[in-house]
Design a protein around this ligand. Structure first.
Ligand code: SF4
Length: 76
């Protein structure tokens, strides 16, 4: 979810059914700004506030990474 002024390029923004702005997702369900090969953010310097506040290595981060690993294993 994007709040207030954002520097996120418009092509990565989607307006949800409630009129809120969110990061656009591609068919794989992941953020459109994510480089699928390097798994790095292509708009790191312009990433939304919620991404800046998501602490690397936090419990939530580690949970998400577990989910990501599972997604890769399902593709194998
Ligand atoms: S940090 Fe991740 S979720 Fe946030 S904009 Fe970049 S690729 Fe998307």
């Amino acid at each position: 979810m994007l709040f207030g002024d954002t520097e996120v390029p418009w092509q990565f923004i989607h307006e949800d059914d409630w009129g809120g702005q969110v990061m656009r997702r591609l068919d794989d369900g992941w953020c459109a700004a994510l480089d699928r090969d390097s798994m790095r953010c292509t708009i790191y310097a312009q990433r939304p506030m919620i991404c800046r506040e998501f602490e690397l290595g936090s419990e939530e981060c580690l949970e998400e990474r577990k989910g990501s690993s599972a997604a890769y294993l399902e593709d194998c």
